[in-house]
Every structure is written in C-alpha cells, then in structure tokens.
Design a protein around this ligand. Sequence first.
Ligand code: PEP
Ligand code: MN
Length: 338
Amino acid sequence: MVIVMKQNTPNEELEQLNTCLRQMGFQIHLSQGENFTILGLIGDTTRINEGRLRANPYIDRILRVQHPFKRVNRMFHPEDTVIDIAGHRIGGGSTLIIAGPCAVESEEQLMVIAQQVKASGAHLLRGGAFKPRTSPYSFQGLGVQGLELLQRAKELTGMPIVTECISVDSVGIVAEYADVIQIGARNMQNFALLKKVGQTNRVVLLKRGMSATIEELLMAAEYILAEGNEQVILCERGIRTYETYTRNTLDVSAIVAIKELSHLPIICDPSHAAGKWEMVTPLAKAAIAAGADGLMVEVHHQPEMALSDGNQSLKPERFEQLVAAVNQIVAVNKSLTD
Ligand code: PEP
Ligand code: MN
C-alpha cells in the first residue's frame, strides 16, 4: 500500500502517522521527493481500515500495490533514482557508459584498453577478475591479481571500476576494489549473494538472468534494497529464446517496462545480447532510443586474442563510433522530452 501525502503536510503530522503505522507492525519506506511525499507500507495491509486512514486530512491518496516488489516499485518512489559514482551520474536523464574487456587478462591489456575507452568517452571501466564460465576448463579470471590490476587502471585513468562478484565469500574483497559490484546473469537469483551485496555500501549492477522474467529481476533487486542498499542499477543483457542466430535475444521491451515499473536505472549490455561484434552498435542505439539509462560494452584491442568473449568485443575505434552515435541519440531523446 502507498499513502500519498498532501504537499503542505507538517513534519509532525507525517512523523505521527509514520510512528502509528510502525506500531501496527508495518515497515515504512519514506520517499520525500520534490513533488511527492510518499509512505510505502510493507507488510500485510489487508488488516488496514482504509476508511479510518482517509479521515486523516493530510492524506491525499491511498493506493493498493498490485506487484510483489515494493521498494523497487515506482509507486513507492515516483522520481527516478539517481546514482552518483565518483561524480558520474546515472538515472534521471543522465546516461552512463561502461566499457572494458570481458576479462582482465594482463596489465598491458587492461591499461591499453582502459586508456582507449576513456579517450572515447566511457565513464566507468569494466573488467572481470572472477569469471563465471560455462566450462570449468575455460579461463576463470585472474582473481585478486585481476582486482589489483583494475586498481592500477583506476589510478592511471581515474575511471571507477565495475567488476563481477560470483560468491558470497568474495564480496568483502571485491567491495574493497570495486566502485560497482556486478552480479551476473547466472547469479541473479543467488539470494545469499544478493543479501550480502545488499549489506555493502557499494553500487550494485544487477544483470537479468538469462531466463528470468522482468518481475523476477525486480524481485532480485528487492532483495538488495531490503538489506538497506538502494544503489542498484539493473541491466538487460538479452534472454534465452528459441532463436540461436544471436547469443541471446535483446529484450528492448524490458527497458521500457522497467522504466515504467521501477525508479531504478536500467542499462543495456548489447555485447552479451548479440554475441557478435557487428550487432553491438545497432543494439546499443536501439536500447538508448528506447530509454535505457546507459550501456555496458565489451571492448578489446585484440579481440582475436581475447581469453573470453572476443567475438562480441568491439575494437576501440568501433567503440568510439558507438559512443558518438549514442550521444546523438541521447540528444534527440532530450529534445523530444523537453
Ligand atoms: C559479463 O558481463 O562479463 C558477464 C559474464 O555477463 P552475464 O552475466 O550477463 O552473462
Ligand atoms: Mn563477457
């Protein structure tokens, strides 16, 4: 249930209602935006007497929430969540571009790519140190050494770091190095991991599971917010369908749906969606045109030598063209909404 308060509600009145509802056993999610003050009630609201609540002259509207997700629900928080990552903003009209190799492979590889993506306009650097691979015989990532290289790349370029965490045990060490902790598609419903990253003060990038519905993605984000961490960025990275021509099928409609259903920012990863570098830029353009708040793109200076995902990695010069195209679409989007 959502209680929308009138704009002139005195603080004491708000406080009194808040206390009263807490005493009734509800958890309250208070959202005080520029235009709205909203109390989001979490708990069994069937026992609430709406008629009595309506007697409160400061209550404007009472709305029942149909969806099982609460804290991530736009009804609880009508304004977009804006997340600031070392001065780079995402959400509320700010577009964030994350780029870098699939995996951190060596110092030389990472420093070359980091400098190139920065020069092309990327804001954050990605790179996997712990890689979730389908085969146990494939390159598993450099582990902590990879995290140290990411730290050096950050010192060199000033770019904040996005890197994946694949186990509860490594949340602590990953959080020491990462500005943004990535939870990959394969772990989207690893609830113990979601809870653990929900207890950190790091931004979490939560990728959609390859067979997860939009609602399941939002419920996974709900786990993180329920632990107290409200800095969550969602990511559409393609889902598994009957189509095998592409690695996954980019669900552009999920971007539109999530913008409607949730206040959290949503980005697109066109690289894992396509699985082919030639398709990355067109999909990135489509996602931004549909309203995505950003992109995460795999870039490699020698894709044919890459230890993972070379076939879907853009060469730096192509990434530069992607950024230029995307910036034009962002400008068109702005001119259409102004
Ligand atoms: C990745 O971003 O490197 C990755 C493994 O992606 P996903 O979890 O979406 O497959
Ligand atoms: Mn990859």
